[in-house]
Design a protein around this ligand. Structure first.
Ligand SMILES: [Zn+2]
Length: 514
């Protein structure tokens, strides 16, 4: 052990969606951030895992020298190009190799998502952990943090010292996850603990609609709240260092995906495997609770009309940028138009060409254009629209809270186009909707609308709490549907829930450290 302790931090974070046709390139990463080496410290005042790690190291009571490698984050998107991943991997590993020549490191923390895929590399996080392990050798502790929607593999379990995931969905505990990583790492470096982990999983692939981790866990649509409470209870047991519950991101088509529990004990492999298996069996027992109730758009509109006032949220989960979708669906606009909806309605769509057309027409100008499906055409056809430009702006905003808290969001050139009763926010680039940033920064007050389209499976509950009169998850096409029954899985092997509602004699798959 060195004085000061040398702790390396390296982060490559993206949730991939393999059902998309395009490829993620470095441009999309740069649209969020790629901070090399010491630029990482720009995140010190954010809500990120890295901010939590830096704060916890600064307060740990011993001198620490941080070795910043890389902090890169990208909005969810398609499979990363091989060139893109090779570049990011090299940006992380090169400074680590230099640090090893320059006196070595005592420990390393790797904040990642856990569901990133690149061309030729299905398990990016496993690949990174293994590469880091080969550089630092067998004894340096590696702690990796993940999104709760991670897909844990045997490679990750074998090569890391400890894995832990966010506890909350919506993800408002990234900073605290960083702090917990430090609490796992420092005793392991000092030899006060010997982390040993096991991960057990069951084949459940469900969208996030019923995946919130807070609320009434007695309710039949809140399985993650129950499981999260069970995890915290287990952490009180002597010898248990950390428990994570994983609700796997279902929009990748990979073998052996599933939801599960990861238990880290202090040098007690049997306890870790036993408790992880027990929790995985609990997850399977509650599988039907993960499937949300869906409404046809016409049914949701009819029900919404029966409720006085607004806004009524139409939850278009299938086009969720946070799950990797392009955000370019106009399915909801098309159906609402066909239904003859006349009430004031707010919707959003990514369409850079239409945003340009609005800018060319100017505020007050009339625009005739096609709208939608310009990025990913496989989910529907563009819609011909005519409208009046109400607003034009640069699409910049700052996230307050959550997974990107404190960082900038960049929608690019954006416009609000009035198409009959529909006010449509047209954006040039996809951004994650932690809350209602997109509508808010466009000056759109959802309280003025009867119907509001939102494109996420969970965050709307928090963003519109006390504002929305009701919400309906609508059954629309797209790469992030509320139920995975609609997706054409090929690599993920049957049987799995919900396609297979029961599986006789199912035993959880268990990964242990060798
Ligand atoms: Zn997540």
């Amino acid at each position: 052990m060195k004085t000061p302790l040398r702790i390396a931090i390296g982060s490559i974070f993206q949730e991939t969606n393999t059902f998309l046709a395009a490829r993620t390139t470095l441009d999309l990463w740069r649209n969020t951030f790629i901070y090399e080496r010491g630029d990482m410290f720009k995140l010190r005042d954010s809500d990120s895992e890295i901010a939590g790690i830096l704060a916890a190291l600064a307060q740990c009571g011993q001198p620490v020298q941080v070795v910043p490698l890389l902090a890169a984050r990208c909005v969810s998107g398609p499979i990363n190009s091989a060139e893109c991943y090779d570049t990011l991997k090299s940006l992380l590993l090169t400074p680590l190799r230099e640090a090893m020549r320059d006196g070595g490191v005592d420990g390393i923390i790797l904040p990642m998502h856990g569901s990133m895929v690149a061309e030729g590399v299905e398990d990016v996080e496993g690949d990174l952990i293994m590469a880091v392990r080969h550089i630092v050798g067998p004894t340096v502790p590696i702690v990796a943090t993940f999104d709760l929607h991670a897909h844990f593999t045997q490679t990750m379990v074998s090569h890391a010292t400890a894995l832990l995931a966010f506890e909350h969905y919506p993800h408002d505990d990234c900073y605290q996850t960083g702090e917990k990583a430090v609490k796992l790492l420092l005793p392991a470096i000092a030899g006060h603990t010997r982390p040993n982990m096991a991960f057990a999983k069951v084949p459940i692939l469900c969208g996030g609609g019923n995946g919130r981790t807070s609320g009434d866990w007695h309710a039949k649509n809140c399985p993650m709240a129950y499981l999260t409470a069970a995890a915290r209870e287990l952490e009180k047991q002597t010898g248990v260092l950390s428990v994570s519950i994983l609700h796997v991101h279902p929009y990748n088509d990979l073998p052996e995906m599933g939801c599960g529990a990861l238990v880290i004990t202090d040098n007690d492999p049997d306890l870790a495997a036993r408790e992880a298996t027990r929790l995985a069996n609990e997850i399977w027992a509650r599988r039907t609770e993960f499937e949300p109730r869906l409404y046809a758009v016409a049914d949701a509109v009819q029900r919404g009309r029966g409720i006085s006032g607004g806004p009524i949220l139409l939850v278009d989960t299938a086009d969720c940028v946070g799950g990797g979708s392009a955000g370019d669906s106009v399915s909801l606009l098309r159906t609402l138009t066909e239904l003859g909806v006349t009430e004031p309605t707010m919707l959003m769509v990514v369409d850079p060409a239409a945003a340009q057309a609005c800018a060319k027409a100017g505020i007050g100008g009339t625009v005739n254009t096609t709208l939608g499906y310009t990025v990913d055409a496989q989910w529907g056809a563009p819609l011909q629209v005519s409208g009046v430009v109400r607003h034009l702006f640069d699409g910049e905003f700052t996230y307050s809270g959550g997974i990107y808290g404190g960082t900038r969001g960049q929608m690019g050139l954006s416009a609000v186009l009035q198409i009959g009763p529909f006010q449509v926010l047209i954006m040039s680039r996809p951004t994650y909707d932690w809350a209602d940033e997109q509508y808010r920064c466009a000056g759109m007050d959802v309280r003025q609308a009867k119907f509001v389209g939102v494109k996420n499976p969970m965050n709307y509950n928090m963003a519109y709490a006390g504002v929305a009169k009701a919400s309906f998850i609508v059954d629309t096409p797209g790469p992030t549907p509320a139920t995975t029954r609609h997706l054409p899985y090929q690599r993920m092997q049957r049987p799995f829930f919900p396609l297979d509602e029961s599986i006789p004699n199912l035993q959880p798959t268990v990964y242990v450290q060798s």
